[in-house]
Ligand binder design. Structure first.
Ligand SMILES: [Zn+2]
Length: 325
């Protein structure tokens, strides 16, 4: 699909969304289908037989016939212990997936009619679901990659590489044979060292990827990991080869930076940058069909373990690839 057809695809209209997910019962049905597509599975012991019961609030429970563990529709998922109706959550899923640009917690607060802290929790839980969904993504074939930085501009740091208060991240794009972008990975790293890039490479490149980047020394680590590596001369130098065309990478990078800077300008990027980047990555990698984003995201959240606010806030500022192994 050409880029303009991606931009002009109709997506899911608000009316269409309300037809599908406008009631608690419809949302519960959709969540149940996302969580247990082949029927109930006990989250403790994986047993499938159950008896039905209810808690004192009348909420439906599934009691495992083997271990007697009681599950509600939302327990052991990212929705666990929420006091909000599912319709609000689904509206948040709709707003965060169908809007053209990112939506910050403040805007989400206004649309959902909740307090800021609740909107922040919803936003970060949804981004956490996207982060876990994207964590295992690997690129292969022709891959262009670059070093990039977010934040810090307002603190008087130097521009470009190595400036203070900026959070470094890797952006990489898998291209088709004709140079069209397939999928992207955007992840924070502790710095552009050989060690950090080697760990990133092991985690995010499939064997024998054909890597194109500029001449930054740390990118040599992809060779040590067994990949072909071609250095592309930077702007003003000789023209890039068609295979290693960096134009798409630059376009995607500037879109992401503009979108993040425009949406989250009041926040420190460093604290939760892995989630902000994963959100951008999740959206980019699903840009071909906006209509399926709500059900896709629902599956991600239903399979995600609970993330109470304390845990959402306590997460290490960023999780560089070399620390995850
Ligand atoms: Zn069980």
């Amino acid at each position: 699909m050409a880029m303009n057809r991606i931009q002009f695809q109709p997506g899911l209209s608000l009316a269409g969304f309300l037809d599908q997910y406008g009631t608690e019962a419809a949302c519960a049905r959709a969540l149940r289908q996302a969580r247990w597509p082949k029927g109930f599975v006990c989250p403790r012991c994986q047993y499938r037989r159950y008896s039905r019961c209810a808690n004192r609030h009348g909420e439906r429970l599934w009691q495992c016939s083997a271990c007697r563990h009681q599950s509600s529709l939302i327990s052991d998922t990212l929705f666990a212990s929420t006091k909000l109706p599912l319709t609000r959550w689904f509206l948040a899923l709709y707003l965060l997936t169908q809007s053209k640009t990112n939506m910050a917690a403040l805007e989400l607060m206004r649309h959902l009619g909740v307090c800021y802290r609740t909107a922040w929790r919803i936003k970060h839980k949804i981004m956490q679901g996207m982060t876990e969904r994207e964590a295992g993504r690997q690129l292969g074939g022709i891959v262009t990659m670059d070093d990039a930085y977010l934040g810090g501009e307002r603190n008087g740091g130097k521009a470009g590489r190595g400036s203070e208060n900026k959070v470094p991240f890797v952006i990489a794009l898998e291209l088709s044979d004709v140079g069209y972008p397939h999928q992207a990975v955007m992840t924070p790293v502790s710095g552009f060292t050989l060690k950090a890039l080697a760990a990133w490479t092991q985690q995010h490149l499939r064997p024998q990827a054909d890597v194109y980047s500029d001449g930054l020394g740390a990118f040599r680590s992809v060779i040590a990991e067994g990949h072909a590596h071609t250095v592309i001369e930077s702007a003003g130098g000789r023209a890039a080869t068609e295979a290693g065309d960096m134009r798409w990478l630059n376009t995607v990078l500037s879109n992401v930076k503009r979108s993040l800077d425009g949406t989250y300008h009041a926040f420190k990027f460093s604290a939760y940058i892995h989630r902000y980047l994963a959100e951008a990555q999740w959206r980019f990698n699903r840009r071909f069909d906006l209509k399926i984003l709500v059900p896709r995201l629902l599956v991600a959240l239903a399979r995600c373990q609970p993330w109470p606010e304390r845990r959402l806030r306590a997460v290490t500022p960023f999780r560089p690839a070399e620390l995850q192994r």
